[in-house]
Design a protein around this ligand. Structure first.
Ligand SMILES: Nc1ncnc2c1ncn2[C@@H]1O[C@H](COP(=O)(O)OP(=O)(O)OP(=O)(O)O)[C@@H](O)[C@H]1O
Length: 347
C-alpha cells in the first residue's frame, strides 16, 4: 500500500434524528488523509463529534453523507473488508464481563477465525505484552480500571490489525494508570508497526504522544498539524507581568510589543491586583520580547514587580481558535483535569 493514506475521508457527515423531530448534527464535515504508521490524536471537547467520526470510520455507523476509505476499502461499499483489517476499542467495552480474561481473548480469536493454535499463541503473547499475566484467570468484571483498559487493548489487538482506533483509551484512569497504559500502547505500536488513531480530551496526551493533532469542534476539524507547530502558529508564548500602580501606560506598551512580535491577538488582558496591575498577553518569540519589554516599561516609569514567560499549551491553541478553554469545557462533565503524565516508553 506504500504511502497511500490508510484513512482517507471526504465530507463525512452524520445527522441524528433527535426526539420530537429535532435533528442533531453530530459531525458536520470531516475530511482527512492519514499516513500509514502514524499516531494521530483527535482532540476536542465533549460532544465535538469525535466518537461519531470514529464510529463512521470503523463502519459501526453509516454516514448521512460523505465517503471514506479505510485500509484501501470503502466504508460503505465494503465494510467487511474494512473490519477485517482494523481494531476498534470503544469507550465502553461490551464484551462478556463474566468470562475469564484469557477465555475472552481466546473467544475473540475464534470470532476472527484465527484457528485454535494461532488464537492461543496470540492470546499468550498479548497477555505477556500488556502485563496481564496476574489477572488473566480473573473474570474481567473484577479488573481495575487500568487493567480493564489494558484488557480492552489486548482484545482489540487479537486480530493483528494494521490500524487501531481507540476511543478515549485513558478516560477515567488515574495519572499513573494513564502513564502505564500509554507505555503499553507505544510499545505495541512499535512492535507491530501499527497506525494509531485515537480520540482524547486530554490535552497533555495529544501533546506528548501524537505526531499529528486534529482539533475537532462542533463536528469539524478546526486545526490539523503537529502539536509544536500548532502551538507556534496559533498560540504564542504567554507573558504575565505585575506592574506597580494602574495599567497605563504599561498596557499600551505591552500591546505594541505584542503587535511588533506578530502576535495573532495582541490585546493584553488587564486585571487589578491590589495596588498593582496584572497584564497577560500572548507574543511570538517571548524570550526576545520579554527583556526588551521590561526595559521599555522601566523607561516609561512603570516598575515591573514580577515577569513570567510560559510556553503555550494546546489549550491556548483551542482558546485562540474558539475563544473557549478546552480545559474548562471538559471539567464540567469529566473527572479533574489531567495532570501531566509521563510514560516510560519513547517514540
Ligand atoms: N445516537 C445518537 N443520537 C442522537 N444524538 C447523538 C447520538 N450520538 C451522539 N449524539 C450527539 O452528537 C454529538 C456528538 O457526539 P459524540 O459522542 O460524537 O461526541 P464526542 O466528541 O465523542 O464527545 P465525548 O468526548 O463526550 O465522547 C453530541 O451532541 C451527542 O449528543
Amino acid at each position: 500500500m506504500g504511502t497511500e493514506p490508510i484513512i482517507s475521508a471526504r465530507g463525512l457527515r452524520k445527522v441524528f434524528r433527535g426526539q420530537g423531530g429535532k435533528d442533531v448534527v453530530a459531525v458536520e464535515d470531516i475530511s482527512m488523509d492519514v499516513k500509514p504508521g502514524s499516531l494521530t490524536a483527535f482532540l476536542g471537547p465533549n460532544g465535538a463529534g469525535k466518537s461519531t467520526s470514529l464510529r463512521m470510520l470503523t463502519t459501526l455507523l453509516e454516514p448521512t453523507s460523505g465517503t471514506a476509505t479505510v485500509c484501501g476499502y470503502d466504508i460503505a461499499r465494503d465494510p467487511a473488508s474494512v473490519r477485517a483489517r482494523i481494531g476498534y476499542i470503544g469507550q465502553k467495552n461490551g464484551a462478556g464481563q463474566y468470562q475469564r480474561l484469557r477465555d475472552e481473548l481466546l473467544s475473540q480469536g475464534a470470532m476472527y477465525g484465527l484457528g485454535r493454535v494461532e488464537s492461543r499463541r496470540r492470546t499468550e503473547e498479548l497477555i505477556e505484552a500488556l502485563d496481564l499475566a496476574e489477572v488473566a484467570n480473573r473474570k474481567t468484571i473484577t479488573l481495575s480500571g487500568g487493567q480493564r483498559r489494558r484488557a480492552d487493548i489486548a482484545l482489540g489487538l487479537i486480530p493483528h490489525p494494521r490500524l487501531l482506533f481507540l476511543d478515549e483509551p485513558t478516560t477515567g484512569l488515574d495519572p499513573q494508570s494513564r502513564a502505564n497504559l500509554w507505555d503499553h500502547i507505544l510499545r505495541m505500536r512499535q512492535r507491530h508497526e501499527m497506525t494509531l488513531f485515537l480520540t482524547t480530551h486530554y490535552l497533555d496526551e495529544a501533546d506528548q504522544f501524537a505526531e499529528r493533532v486534529m482539533v475537532v469542534d462542533s463536528g469539524k476539524i478546526i486545526a490539523d498539524d503537529s502539536a509544536p507547530r500548532l502551538k507556534a502558529t496559533l498560540a504564542g508564548d504567554r507573558i504575565t507581568l505585575t506592574v506597580t500602580g494602574g495599567a497605563e501606560p504599561a498596557a499600551t506598551i505591552v500591546r505594541r510589543a505584542a503587535e511588533d512580535s506578530g502576535a495573532a491577538h495582541p490585546e493584553p488582558e488587564v486585571t487589578a491586583d491590589g495596588e498593582n496591575s496584572r497584564i497577560v498577553v500572548a507574543v511570538n518569540h517571548g524570550e526576545e520580547v520579554l527583556p526588551r519589554l521590561i526595559r521599555e516599561l522601566d523607561a516609561a516609569g512603570s516598575t515591573v514587580l514580577t515577569a513570567d514567560l510560559d510556553q503555550p499549551t494546546l489549550d491556548d491553541v483551542f482558546l485562540t481558535l474558539t475563544g473557549r478553554s478546552l480545559r474548562e469545557e471538559n471539567q464540567s462533565t469529566d473527572e479533574p483535569t489531567a495532570e501531566p503524565i509521563s510514560a516510560g516508553a519513547t517514540r
